[in-house]
Design a protein around this ligand. Structure first.
Ligand code: F3S
Length: 400
């Protein structure tokens, strides 16, 4: 990968230790993936925050870095709610380590809102056409597929390195030729809410690391596309999808040097499949178990999703534990929604999620409204997981 003279100097340590380490990571990545150059980015979203996942080696590595990030940067969910961790049964020792991790990131100038839906906090992080270095797989899918920005699925260290340098190697989803649909998926029947998570759970396993383009009978909201992309990134490794008739449209590569246009193109499609509505219904019937915990908010709930849940819980009392995950920023901006949900006995939990908190290991069967959580909870928490619609989850929580 070509480096400018200033980037070469950074690599030799001329601009300090943190910049040198960051440049080493980016240069190595660029060489591995045959990038031609480093390109400027607008923002980063950095994974590797939960102490459950990174442990002491990760904490030490981040703490050793001195410097300041050059672009807006935000953290992925941590291992606990930073305010209510005692209520969730987090140990003092874990909480101290987790806070140390977050403070080490903060020292570098990174925003400490810990969330996988940073686009719900601010529109300043990404717009259509922006290059980004985001880590969390559902956030990457949303940035590429809904916002129309461009990001690879970064590891925590490479996103942090990109934040410090303000650039990322130009390869993968940054390039038009890697953003062409490879599999066409026609879906029969109308879908809503968690059906999109169920669809993503099926489609991700089929598409693997391909780029699906969907023909749908219903028009998904952005929250529903968030659920679809999150599930495909978990059951497969899908980082970009398209929905016919909705922006962004895929680029079209021309054989000549003529400029790229932006019209749907089926020329790279290697597979055409149909998913029947019956298959989506069957996802709800997998792993039937009696839930001892109901969780909502994977990815973190938007204000619209919180409002829907608040309406469903009005005048009801939760008898099985129910946790609702969102970012601390959304909690602070919508105290009425939080109060409405918590009046039922459900808990609104921030900064973390059912997968990255160590507390999830206490439960035997989790009901989730998310295709991503359905895929990850058994692996990451050792619990069974059963999918329910938002209404199913509320009914299970209130015992009706
Ligand atoms: Fe977000 Fe955790 Fe799900 S990071 S996408 S809520 S697994």
């Amino acid at each position: 990968m070509h480096l400018t003279s200033s980037e070469e100097l950074a690599l030799t340590g001329e601009h300090g230790y943190a910049m040198q380490k960051a440049m080493e990571i980016l240069a190595a990545l660029g060489d591995i993936y045959d990038a031609d150059q480093l390109i400027p980015i607008r923002s980063t979203q950095i994974a590797g925050v939960s102490y459950k996942n990174i442990g002491d080696p990760g904490l030490e590595w981040i703490s050793d870095l001195n410097g300041t990030v050059r672009v807006q940067s935000i953290l992925n969910p941590a291992g606990m709610d930073r305010v209510r961790w005692r209520e969730l049964g987090i140990s003092e020792e874990f909480a101290a380590k987790q806070e140390a991790v977050i403070r080490a990131y903060e020292k570098l100038g990174i925003s400490t809102w810990c969330t996988c839906t940073p686009y719900d906090i601010t529109s300043d992080l990404a717009s259509s056409g922006d290059h980004l270095a985001w880590s969390e797989s559902s956030a990457v899918a949303y940035a590429n597929s809904v916002i129309g920005a461009r990001t690879n699925r970064e590891g925590g260290p490479s996103a942090l390195a990109a934040a410090i340098v303000g650039k990322t190697p130009n390869y993968g989803y940054h390039l038009d030729e890697n953003r062409i649909p490879t599999i066409a998926i026609r879906v029969e029947g109308s879908l809503s809410g968690s059906d999109y998570g169920a669809l993503g759970y099926i489609a991700g396993a089929i598409a693997k690391s391909g780029i699906p383009i969907f023909s749908l009978e219903s028009t998904p909201s952005n929250d529903e596309r968030k659920a679809l992309g999150a599930a495909m990134a978990a059951s497969g490794a899908v980082a970009l999808h398209y929905v016919k008739g909705m922006p962004p449209a895929p680029p079209v590569l021309r054989a000549s040097s003529a400029p790229l246009t932006s019209q749907p193109d089926a020329s790279n499609i290697s597979e055409n499949i149909t998913i029947e509505h019956r298959e989506i219904e069957e996802v709800y019937l997998e792993n039937q178990c009696e839930p001892d915990l109901i969780t909502i908010g994977c990815p973190h709930c938007s204000p619209r999703e919180l409002a829907k849940l608040r309406d469903l819980l009005t005048d009801k009392t939760v008898t099985t534990e129910m946790w609702v995950f969102t970012s601390g920023a959304i909690r602070d901006r919508h105290p009425d929604l939080v109060l409405g949900i918590e009046s039922s006995g459900a808990k609104v939990v921030c900064d973390t999620c059912m997968v990255v908190t160590p507390v999830c290991e206490r439960y035997g069967c989790m009901m989730v409204s998310s295709g991503k959580a359905l895929a990850y909870v058994p692996q990451m928490c050792g619990a069974d997981a059963v999918l329910g619609s938002l209404e199913d989850c509320v009914n299970a929580a209130v015992g009706s």
